[in-house]
Design a binder for this molecule. Structure first.
Ligand SMILES: Nc1ncnc2c1ncn2[C@@H]1O[C@H](COP(=O)(O)OP(=O)(O)OP(=O)(O)O)[C@@H](O)[C@H]1O
Length: 246
């Protein structure tokens, strides 16, 4: 597919296939088109040319309710409604889908347990009374509530401190493992995060794919000069720390 904003060709040519149950990370520098790609998969913006096919069906043929069922979306800015409790925030999509009160309450409890926020303690709190990491856990619960086959993450841990971030990286990997059939697509500009989380990593640069492969393959056989340079930044950091130790 292709994406153009005005006369700016942001994504000249992008084509890839994701299998059900994969955890794909999309790694790239700022402005490489990662968010735009995710938004096209989510139906929030349309490709200028080309098509996204889900299980043989073009995404453009789905209506709004089908789209909401089809994807969960977690973003860095979290976007929890401040005047709603944690439980009410998680219940937004069930309300849109007209679930009954009992089914919704049961599902909210189940999700809070999955993201390891004790329902008795957290269900009735307001977002302002949660840490950034806890808010992101609620964001993940909200994205999973309607059991979508796809869950998209746009730099969800970007604003968190290093330890909370590491904690949530392990959590999200555990959650993906616990929900065996779900497809996760996770945008990040952090190479360590991309290599740790993804079973395959899609490396993007200027709207094109530089490499789409398993982390071990990327590390041992970087396909392009750009990928080599990215890997080089990790080694450079390691060298920096070593110098600090001396
Ligand atoms: N609605 C829009 N109108 C015009 N240009 C846009 C729009 N959205 C994105 N762009 C441009 O498209 C390019 C890719 O943006 P995108 O947000 O997809 O990059 P990204 O890889 O996610 O970057 P970052 O890591 O900084 O979020 C950028 O040059 C951006 O300025």
């Amino acid at each position: 597919m292709q994406k153009r904003f005005g006369n700016q060709l942001v994504i000249p040519d992008l084509s890839f296939t994701v299998n059900q149950g994969e955890f794909i990370t999309i790694l790239g520098t700022s402005g490489s088109g990662k968010t735009t790609t995710l938004k096209m998969v989510n139906g929030l913006c349309q490709p200028s040319a080309g098509e996204i096919i889900i299980n043989g069906q073009p995404l453009s043929k789905l209506d709004l309710v089908q789209l909401r069922r089809h994807t969960g979306y977690v973003v860095q800015q979290i976007g929890l409604f401040p005047h709603m409790t944690v439980a009410q925030n998680i219940a937004v999509v069930p309300q849109l889908l007209h679930w009954g009160a009992d089914k919704t309450a049961h599902r909210v409890r189940e999700l809070l347990q999955l993201v390891q926020l004790a329902p008795a303690e957290y269900a009735d709190r307001y977002p302002a009374h949660l840490s950034g990491g806890q808010q992101q856990r609620v964001g993940v619960a909200r994205a999973l509530v309607a059991n979508p086959p796809f869950v998209l993450f746009d730099e969800p841990f970007g604003a968190l401190d290093a330890l909370t971030r590491e904690d949530l990286q392990h959590e999200i990997k555990r959650i993906h493992g616990a929900l065996a059939d779900k497809t996760f697509m996770f945008v990040t500009h952090d190479i360590n995060e991309a290599l740790f989380l993804g079973n395959r990593v899609l490396v993007m640069h200027e709207g094109r794919i530089e490499q789409f492969a398993a982390p071990a393959e990327i590390v041992s056989h970087p396909a392009t000069a750009f990928v080599k340079k990215l890997l080089g930044t990790v080694r450079q950091n390691q060298n920096l720390w070593r110098q600090q130790d001396d």
